[in-house]
Write a protein that binds this ligand. Structure first.
Ligand code: AMP
Length: 619
């Protein structure tokens, strides 16, 4: 679809050619998926190499330097644990200190030379960061998407848990970059899940609980969603509770019941692994059947749904305690939750659904495949970013500040960066010249103090201001960013109601790199910007004082000649300082003028009152 848009680089109107596809990625602890919108519906992408749509987030490094990701890598965990890396997500953005107390012992070597530094994984003589490791999973997903869509993919939205901190989010973004993906947005997993269920349409308000029970982790998030803004009210969870624990419960039950020994000779090297796989198969089978029966080394073993439920009930109880804590943190009662969304493979277990719906006293939303729901939501977010959805709002914050140019080329920020959208903010301005009838309004985006260092988004003129003395017009400038990320700027002269409005598309046309550069630039130039800003502000203030002095002299012709002369002299000094003085010299010239004129102003006030009262009787 061709689209007309404003080029934010030069303000020109241009026709965009077909945009490249943006995919949605769920980069999971156990499995990852990539999704895309096809005919308005999100679908999970797969290729011939992958047996399933789920790509196990597992990376194997062969002896000869080959890298294998996904199903094939999973098969190598038992034989070659030291070269097969799983659960990388647990390491993202973490230092050795962060993970040193974790309960998990990985089959591979986690290394840290300095306890404050981010962890690395050792394979042969190589040290790999979780970012590099995750990038292999992302590259695999990118390949799947490219093969499936027959086009190059270089843009993605990636989901992360709501509790991920900045470092973890940045690490995820970097992993994307390393995989050759421009990560347009990092989205919270519960937000994506809610989006997949169509929550977040315009003009709606809802409180949603997202219950996410995967293979190794449990998260509960409570979201407040209003007019497309997703706010995480609270999140709780257990980073070591999930389907794997259910498998272990079954294993332990069988070991006891059938008096199995994990190191028994008969089973050979893979006995423990076989038992674990059988336990997982039993668990999955019992999600839709009442009894599981199998043979293990010629022994008949079985498990009923009831027995399974008894085994896992205490674990589900633990998740409900987290749900209660989450409600407490959000200061909400259960009955305030409008919908409960189920995410993660383990929510297929009937007892999980039953206990969660009893806890929240309502039916849970489980119609979308719980393994896919996050990736599908990410694809919807990608579609919103691609500008293909008008029924949904753009869920976003402003990445850079927005403002207008004021006298001296200064940037006057009206909407600061990181404001939630939709948003609205305004400020009043006035004219600087007597009788000014037009006012040019130039809109900029960026963090620097001077508009010349920021990006110009557009310019328009408020025409037809009735002629008034400088400073008299009251010009109200409103910035309105709607849910689609479209900025409208409205200027109104309040005394006369003369108004004009323009629409500026503000979210696109600026790459992450440009954004990062601009932010970096603003940090590096803080001091020089501040100095320059202070000088310009002093010059502007000085100009105002000169204007007022002129007006004062015009209006008070009764002043004594010496007074007038002295005022004129101080004014000339100020004017020359404005032209070539420093900020301090301007300020001191202003101070001198103000100190001398203050008693004259009081005298003028008395004089005016006396003339006003002349001829009138005081009662
Ligand atoms: P996730 O981390 O969301 O990919 O979830 C994976 C977990 O879901 C694993 O522990 C799986 O064993 C579990 N799982 C997948 N399908 C089922 C099912 N039908 N019944 C119970 N658990 C399942």
């Amino acid at each position: 679809m061709a689209k007309i848009s404003i080029n934010l680089k030069d303000g020109s109107v241009e026709k965009e050619s077909a945009p490249s596809a943006i995919v949605g990625i769920d980069l999971g602890t156990t499995n990852s998926l990539v999704a895309f919108i096809n005919n308005n519906k999100p679908v999970i992408l797969k290729n011939d190499r992958n047996k399933h749509q789920l790509v196990p987030s597992i990376i194997h490094f062969t002896q000869n330097g080959e890298i294998i990701v996904g199903d094939q890598a999973r098969e190598l965990i038992t034989d070659s644990p030291e070269r097969t890396i799983y659960s990388v997500k647990r390491l993202m953005g973490k230092s050795y200190i962060d993970i040193s107390d974790s309960q998990e012992s990985m089959g591979y070597t986690i290394l840290s030379t300095d306890e404050d530094k981010l962890v690395k994984v050792k394979i042969d003589d190589c040290y790999l960061t979780p970012i590099e490791l995750s990038s292999h999973v992302l590259r695999e997903l990118k390949t799947i998407a490219e093969q499936s869509l027959s086009q190059e993919i270089d843009k993605a939205v990636i989901t992360v848990p709501a509790y991920f901190n900045n470092t973890q989010r940045q690490a995820t973004r970097d992993a994307g970059k390393l995989a050759g993906l421009d990560v347009l947005r990092i989205v919270n997993e519960p937000t994506a899940a809610a989006l997949a269920y169509g929550i977040g349409a315009k003009n709606s308000e809802e409180i949603v609980a997202v219950y996410d029970l995967g293979g190794g982790t449990f998260d509960i998030s409570i979201l407040h969603i209003q007019d497309g803004i997703f706010e995480v009210l609270s999140t709780h969870g257990d980073t070591y509770l999930g389907g794997d624990d259910f498998d272990h419960s079954i294993m332990n039950y069988w070991i006891e019941k059938y008096e199995l020994s994990l190191n028994q000779e008969s089973g050979g090297k893979h006995y423990g692994q076989d038992l674990r796989l059988l336990a997982e198969a039993a668990k999955k089978h019992l999600s839709s059947n009442q009894v599981f029966k199998a043979k293990l080394n010629d022994m008949d073993i079985q498990l009923s749904r009831n027995q399974f439920d008894n085994l896992i009930q205490p674990l589900i109880d633990r998740t409900l305690l987290s749900c209660q804590s989450s409600l407490n943190d959000a200061s909400l009662d259960r009955d305030k939750i409008n919908s409960v969304i189920m995410v993660g493979g383990s929510t297929r277990i009937p007892l999980v659904k039953k206990m969660v719906s009893e806890f929240f006293e309502q039916e849970v939303n489980d119609t979308i495949n719980p393994d896919e729901v996050v990736a599908l939501g990410a694809a919807i977010q990608a579609d919103i970013l691609a500008g293909n959805r008008t029924d949904m709002l753009l869920l976003d914050i402003t990445p850079l500040s927005l403002g207008i140019e004021t006298i001296g080329g200064l940037m006057d920020t009206i909407i600061p960066r990181n404001s939630k959208v939709p948003t609205k903010a305004g400020r009043q301005y006035t004219t600087s010249i007597d009788g000014q009838v037009n006012l040019k309004i130039a809109v900029y985006q960026g963090e620097r103090d001077f508009v010349s260092d920021n990006r110009k988004l557009g310019e328009f003129t408020l025409k037809g201001i009735p002629p008034m003395a400088a400073g008299m017009p009251k010009i109200d400038i409103q910035f309105i960013i709607d849910g689609d990320g479209i900025l409208r700027v409205k200027a109104t002269e309040l005394r006369s109601n003369v108004a004009t409005e323009v629409q500026i598309k503000s979210q696109y046309g600026i790459s992450e790199e440009e954004m990062a550069l601009m932010l970096k630039d603003s940090m590096m130039n803080v001091q020089s910007d501040m100095d320059h800003r202070a000088l310009i502000e002093a010059q502007n203030e000085g100009q105002n004082v000169v204007l007022h002095t002129n007006k004062f002299l015009d209006q008070n012709n009764w002043l004594e000649v010496t007074e007038v002369d002295h005022l004129q002299e101080l004014k000339s000094i100020l004017i020359s300082m404005i032209k070539e003085g420093t900020k301090d010299q301007i300020n001191s010239a202003m101070d001198n003028l103000n100190t001398y004129s203050r008693p004259l102003a009081e005298k003028a006030l008395d004089h005016n009152i006396q003339s006003a009262l002349k001829g009138k009787e005081i009662l």
